[in-house]
Design a protein. Structure first.
Length: 364
């Protein structure tokens, strides 16, 4: 415990396991407060800790829908992006009426000085009872994708932190007062915006100099992965190719069996040093989740985006392409072509800000 904990403000940061990006954003806020703001004690909690049945439901629903029924997830996303639908769901009480007692008891036990939601799912469930119990406690939502969805419009929320001005416009368009919205960027860990020596990192990781380095990140065992890797390994001039499977042991075994050992190929099941591999890269290939996109933008890496989930990932991909920060591959054959063409793309500098500082300063 820090010496100042007895006087520090307690800020709850609430996320869900519906995708890992929301958790990484919460962890970034927690890390920044611990290192820079002794007067703020950030506690990151998952919805499962507040209401286990509800948290587990959303975790399972999102994993099944996004991995196996993406079109169904896209339909849900589009339906709730209509303001009348989201408003009717909130008016009916959404899910929080079913779990109000447990949520209220948790909030009374924690007695926070502020609450931040890095995922919008818990906001309509937790914010209204919190505002009723603690009317003067500020509540904030951090938007971790590059689109302002109608579900974000929760009247009990006092402040919205948008990643870019376009999302501020989206939020205002769905009825959120502009004076509630601040452009902050998306919180990423310190290791993504601190300076680094790329050549030293490549040497440390055993990556050859003199070749373009491509880091391919995917945890999903999709049919296009093997053909895409073969196309990348056939590029002339050759590249350094690093494949990170995100802990998917089945995908790791499949690639190991079908691709085998190659001189310029490194296969990794899971790594705690993903940031270092990304720093070593000329191009990052991966799905357009809000956090990995933001980490690439902070590192100023060119991106080739693959297989976006209908809904928020498609909107992220549209934002990246619209502004020239990367390209979307529509099929496996396009991945290698876009990686080859990345050299001819103009270098575009994204104005990365320290989102953690902006967000937490609101609670000081």
């Amino acid at each position: 415990m820090r010496i100042t904990d007895f006087m520090a403000k307690k800020i709850l940061v609430i996320s869900t396991r519906a995708g890992w990006g929301h958790i990484r954003a919460a962890q970034a806020l927690e890390e920044y407060a611990r290192q820079n703001l002794p007067e703020i004690n950030v506690k990151h909690v998952d919805l499962c800790e507040i209401e286990p049945r509800l948290g587990k439901f959303f975790e399972i629903f999102y994993d099944i829908a996004s991995d196996y029924l993406p079109l169904a997830w896209g339909a849900v996303y589009q339906t709730f992006d209509k303001p009348p639908v989201s408003a009717a769901f909130r008016k009916a009480g959404g899910f929080h009426r079913l779990f109000r007692r447990r949520i209220s008891n948790y909030l009374k036990k924690e007695s926070p000085d502020g609450v931040i939601f890095t995922n919008v799912i818990p906001a309509p469930m937790v914010a209204p009872p919190c505002k009723k119990i603690f009317p003067h406690v500020p509540l904030a939502v951090v938007v971790t994708d590059y689109h302002g969805h109608s579900y974000y419009n929760v009247p009990a929320i006092d402040r919205y932190f948008a990643p870019v001005p376009e999302v501020k416009t989206d939020l205002a368009r769905i009825g959120i007062p502009e004076d509630k919205i601040e452009v902050s960027g998306i919180p990423v860990g310190k290791k993504f915006y601190e300076s680094y020596d790329r050549e030293k990192i490549k040497k440390k990781l055993g990556i050859r100099n003199g070749f373009k380095t491509v880091v391919f990140v995917s945890r999903l065992s999709k049919e296009f992965i093997i053909p895409a890797l073969e196309d990348l390994l056939a590029l002339d001039p050759p590249i350094n190719l690093i494949m990170v499977c995100g802990g998917n042991a089945g995908l790791y075994r499949k690639i190991k069996e079908q691709i085998g050992r190659r001189k310029n190929f490194k296969l990794i099941n899971w790594t705690a040093r993903l940031d270092e591999y990304m720093k070593s890269a000329d191009v990052v290939v991966g799905k357009p989740g809000g956090l990995i996109v933001s980490e690439c933008l902070a590192l100023k890496k060119k991106m080739v985006l693959i297989d976006p989930i209908p809904g928020q990932e498609e909107r992220n991909a549209e934002f990246i392409e619209r502004h020239g920060y990367g390209r979307r591959a529509r099929n496996a054959a396009q991945i290698a072509a876009l990686v080859r063409a990345a050299d001819s793309q103009a270098d575009k500098s994204f104005d990365s800000v320290n989102a953690c500082a902006k967000i937490l300063n609101y609670f000081r």
